[in-house]
Design a protein around this ligand. Structure first.
Ligand SMILES: Cc1ncc(COP(=O)(O)O)c(C=O)c1O
Length: 337
């Protein structure tokens, strides 16, 4: 079924912006520390452009569509330390497109002064994006659409990239990760029992779930809710997965989607003790730089599931490092480092 998934994915065009395939590496010291299972890390933080991250894989396909539409301006948005909008800004710079971002304030209480100016906020400016401060209302795409509307009225040809680059095409893009993991794990002589990662705007998990159901049927995709909204995340995972399966002409069974609650801490964007501990372990044992909002919470969730005995010690798990490293600097001393 792997070749069939590849053939279906080949119907979609990508720009070739992201550095792919990303490496799949063993985490021997973390595995030994936890007493098994064998742990592997898929380095989606190494997708290249503008310090990388999982959104570039989605943008590779979504921006092909943007260029085909004749757009001259990319419009997106996210919170102050959004990795997604930083990757949109980076891609726009590479493509010579203007970039306007709706920067949501109020979803997260800033942990310190650096939050507003450092990390992704600094990189957005470095990459030349125009930033528009807007209040967080809970409608993730509302201000992005309003901004695009205003730009159209001034004669621009904007292309709207949804919050988190999450839509059915973004999910199709993420199914390519399954092809890479299937090939890389076969070459390393293992079949993953699970692929574990953090889930937020959801299309990362949707693509993984649709791809794995077809090409890695013995591998369970486990999303760790980091938004403290597990029902909303799960509903979105199902919606984008259904959309992606339709685009790929594949059947879709919602049973292939699993969102685990209970590891997001008190709220989105607040690093709690288990996350800080996971970030420190990954740094000290594997030289990985995880972030407190996404990848750190994802690893904290996976460690909790391992401690709860979810997988036997002789199984193999793939943890996806989805990126987010720049926000590590914005959280600074709130991590006690
Ligand atoms: C570093 C990082 N990891 C994971 C995610 C979650 O991916 P998705 O939004 O597709 O669920 C995000 C989304 O913003 C992210 O920035």
């Amino acid at each position: 079924m792997l070749a069939d998934l590849e053939a279906r994915l080949a119907r979609f065009q990508r720009l070739g912006l992201a550095h792919l395939p990303t490496p799949l590496e063993p985490m021997k010291r973390l595995s030994a520390h936890l007493g098994g299972p064998r742990l592997w890390v898929k380095r989606e933080d190494c997708t290249g452009v503008g310090l990388g991250g999982n959104k570039l894989r989605k943008l590779d396909y979504v921006l092909h569509d943007a260029l085909a539409s004749g757009a001259d301006t990319l419009v997106s948005g996210g919170v102050v330390q959004s990795n997604s909008q930083r990757q949109v800004a980076a891609a726009a710079a590479r493509l010579g497109l203007d970039c306007h971002l709706a920067v949501y304030h109020g979803r997260v209480a800033p942990p310190n002064a650096a939050y507003e100016t450092s990390g992704n906020a600094l990189l957005n400016r470095l990459f030349g994006a125009t930033l528009h401060d807007v209040p967080w209302t809970g409608d993730r795409n509302g201000a992005i659409r309003d901004l695009a509307h205003r730009l159209t009225e001034t004669g621009r040809k904007p292309y709207v990239i949804p919050y988190g680059v999450s839509n059915p095409l973004g999910a199709v893009a993420y199914a390519t990760t399954v092809v890479e993991i299937a090939r890389q794990s076969a070459a390393l002589d293992f079949v993953p029992s699970a692929i574990v990662h953090c889930s937020g705007s959801a299309a990362t998990q949707s693509g993984l779930a649709v791809g794995a159901a077809h090409a890695l049927p013995d591998t369970r995709v486990v999303g760790i809710d980091i938004d403290a909204e597990p029902e909303r995340v799960h509903a979105d995972v199902i919606a984008y997965a259904k959309g992606a399966a339709d685009l790929l002409d594949l059947p879709f069974d919602p049973a292939c989607t699993e969102v685990v609650a209970g590891h997001a801490g008190p709220a989105y964007g607040i690093a709690h003790e288990a996350t800080i501990e996971a970030i420190k372990l990954a740094g000290r044992l594997e030289a990985l730089a995880l972030d407190p909002v996404y990848s750190g919470k994802g690893l904290a969730g996976m460690i909790a599931l391992i401690h709860a005995g979810r997988w036997p010690a002789d199984s193999d798990l793939v943890y996806i490092h989805t990126g987010g490293t720049p926000s590590l600097f914005a959280y600074g001393d709130s991590l006690g480092l």
